[in-house]
Design a binder for this molecule. Structure first.
Ligand code: X5A
Ligand code: ZN
Length: 675
């Protein structure tokens, strides 16, 4: 199951014909440079190319009034003066004689993408379109948008494919108020948008872009707004927004399809957004969404005006859609205070509507923003010499950052499996490597001496394969892998794997062990390895780098454990490698194990080694191999609320650990900030 790329060259015909500084950034180069980069990286060639079709007038009518569609039809025959005159009726819009055709292609591309995904032709895809859509309304163009491409696609998915739950994720840096208005009373469409807001001062400057706009009537709770009140938000802020706001709601909602209003004006360098998130962040966001809806993710281009940043970010999304691992996130994973505040305000505003937000007590520590000091850099006045110098410096730094990104190689092998007899029965994709290699006898022997059980035949053979696999991963030849060992040897093999990795180039290592697997005490305190034991005997932070908690009883408890504890710690720690061990009698259901492994691909740039016991089922091994390879994990089944005991355990652990892990932090007391 592949990835579709929907495009049509005709969409580059539309351009601004007069002088208008507000609109000149939305030009045809946006599409041509993104496409060129996709070709350069060999990504376009890996997709199923689909030529966009025009949406019919009936399809446009799913969202827009007949009068508005007729008005747009009429623009094809207008002269420049008349087009300019008409454009002035709307906020930040320009028309061109080709606008009607392009805008119908843009909407048609979104429809085609949804059809390709929902008929099973492809797993997911991207529509590269312009004009964008998310600001456009029933009878109004707005903010460069003419027809609301994503909203039309969502209505179509409801009507033609009978879908009942659609999630729209709008990561463009502007509020897609058009989408919000269209679905605000519809509980079958969950609309999430983050946007630059600056307490209402940033365009479109609407009261209804704030956290307290949650939807109307039966749709209350199905509109989720996360306003950014400062510029400069970066990778940590975006990932935290997904972990702490979007994903808990999305899992509870359980969408059948995910539509992304994929604007890249939220990326670094963009003149509109003024944010700091680097292109790899969009691979992570995409990967995080792919665990929903069986991986049925349709991304549709919205904004994005820094050509290089836009193009690289588009490449990152396509790579993630194709199943490639996301490069590790660069920079410190520290949230901005203001981001944390926004995250907690939206959680508080939505808490009535979502049980997954009701339990963690995270909303209760909120303090009014006015009483808190904010780390705001004073903006330089545009035009002055200092401004120009700072701008030149920033742009040089950005080019070098974007350039370095091109040079990061992806390992030639995405997944290697060393599962002995099980291999053949798994029905794995053809490009999975069935590893036959093994570490040199003497080397394996030297390591096996650490533990008696490893000297035994089967365990020794397995160890050789594990070390060989680890070598491939640490060398950059293989991205991820899975290996099996006899049940009594899982813990000791893991122990050796940790020591081996740390002595072979891994600076930091995250080990997530499911089931009762004990760690040698001497490994726990060197700060280079971090050990999370799910399904351990006790609830405890045994040391700064050894956390143990019982297996949560419900899917809700399990999700909270992953989203509110494991992933924030993992993303803060920025490991070079993740080891996931599933011990005997682990108690985890296969879909849970699969979700855990899928999500743990993020923090270490896809470098994951999974270790299972030989007697574990073929299904478990198969599903783990598949998710490591980039397939979507199976559904967890119906959402069930976390038990009070599980939530208590989680809150306690968070309390013990939050001073150490940036991404676990809640709003600090103002007095703490001053200290
Ligand atoms: C799609 C999009 C932005 C409009 C900005 C108007 N529109 N100032 O990014
Ligand atoms: Zn935008």
């Amino acid at each position: 199951m592949g990835t579709a790329l929907v495009y049509h060259e005709d969409m580059t015909a539309t351009r601004l014909l007069w002088d208008d500084p507000a609109c000149e950034i939305e030009g045809p180069e946006r599409l041509t440079s993104a496409l060129e980069r996709l070709q350069q990286h060999g990504l376009e060639q890996r997709c199923l190319r689909l030529a966009a079709r025009e949406a019919s007038e009936a399809e446009l009518g799913l969202v827009h009034s007949p009068e508005y569609v007729a008005l747009l039809r009429g623009t094809q025959a207008l002269g420049t003066r008349e087009l300019q005159e008409l454009s002035r009726q709307y906020d930040a819009v320009y028309f061109h004689p080709s606008t009607f055709h392009s805008a119908r292609l843009a909407a048609g591309a979104a429809l085609q993408l949804v059809d390709a995904v929902l008929t099973g032709t492809v797993r997911n895809g991207l529509a590269l379109v312009r004009p964008p859509g998310h600001h456009s309304q029933r009878a109004a163009a707005n903010g460069f948008c003419v027809f609301n491409n994503v909203a039309i696609a969502a209505k179509h998915a409801q009507q033609k494919h009978g879908l009942h739950r659609i999630l729209i994720v709008d990561w463009d840096i502007h509020h897609g108020q058009g989408i919000q208005y269209i679905f605000e009373d519809d509980p079958s469409v969950l609309y999430f948008s983050w946007h630059r807001y600056e307490h209402g001062r940033f365009w479109p400057c609407l009261r209804e872009s704030d956290v307290d706009a949650v939807g109307q009537g039966r749709g209350r709770g199905f509109t989720v707004n996360l306003p950014w009140n400062q510029v400069g938000m970066g990778n940590a802020d975006y990932v935290a927004a997904f972990l702490h706001v979007l994903l808990p709601l999305a899992f509870e909602f359980d969408p059948e399809l995910v539509l992304v209003s994929a604007g890249f004006d939220s990326a670094i360098g963009d003149p509109e957004g003024q944010m700091q998130a680097t292109p790899e962040c969009f691979a992570h966001l995409t990967q995080l969404l792919q665990v929903l809806a069986g991986g049925r993710v349709c991304a549709v281009l919205e904004g994005g005006y820094h050509l290089e940043s836009l193009s690289q970010s588009v490449c990152m999304v396509v790579r993630a859609l194709l199943g490639d691992p996301a490069p590790p996130l660069s920079g410190p994973m520290v949230l901005h205070y203001s981001a944390l505040e926004s995250i907690q305000r939206v959680r508080a505003a939505q808490a009535h509507h979502w049980v997954s937000l009701q339990q963690q007590g995270l909303a209760s520590t909120l303090h009014p923003s006015t009483s808190c000091p904010e780390e705001r850099a004073l903006p330089l006045l545009p035009g002055g010499p200092e401004f120009k110098a700072a701008e030149a410096q920033a742009s040089a730094a950005l080019s070098s950052l974007l350039h370095q990104l091109c040079l990061q190689p992806t390992p030639p092998v995405r997944t290697a499996v060393a599962l002995n007899e099980m291999d053949a029965a798994l029905g794995l994709p053809p490009d999975v490597l069935h590893q036959v290699g093994s570490a040199p006898q003497e080397e394996a022997q030297a390591w096996a001496r650490l533990h008696d059980v490893l000297v035994q035949d089967e365990a020794f053979t397995a160890l050789g394969k594990v070390l060989y696999l680890l070598d491939g991963i640490l060398d950059g030849q293989v991205s991820s892998g899975i290996a099996a060992t006899p049940a009594p040897a899982v813990a000791t093999t893991l122990d050796v794997a940790i020591r081996y990795s740390l002595s072979h180039r891994a600076r930091r290592l995250l080990c997530v062990a499911v089931g009762q697997l004990d760690l040698s005490p001497d490994l726990a305190n060197d700060g280079r390895s971090l050990w999370l034991n799910i399904g351990g005997k006790e609830v405890a932070a045994l040391s700064t780098s050894h956390v143990s908690m019982p297996l949560p009883e419900t899917t809700g408890g399990f999700l909270s454990c992953i989203l509110a504890l494991v992933l924030p710690i993992a993303y803060s720690f920025q490991p070079d490698l993740v080891l996931v061990a599933v011990g005997p009698a682990h108690g985890l259901q296969d879909p849970q194990a699969a979700l855990l492994a899928a999500l743990l691909r993020g923090p270490a740039g896809g470098r994951v080694l999974a270790l299972v016991d030989q007697e574990s089922t073929t299904q478990l091994a198969g599903v783990l191999a598949q998710v490591l390879h980039g397939e979507a994990p199976p559904s967890l089944g119906p959402f069930s609320v976390a038990s009070p005991e599980d939530m208590q355990a989680l809150v306690r652990l968070r309390g013990q650990l939050e001073s150490q892990w940036q991404m676990l932090q809640r709003l600090l007391e103002c007095s703490d900030l001053a200290a």
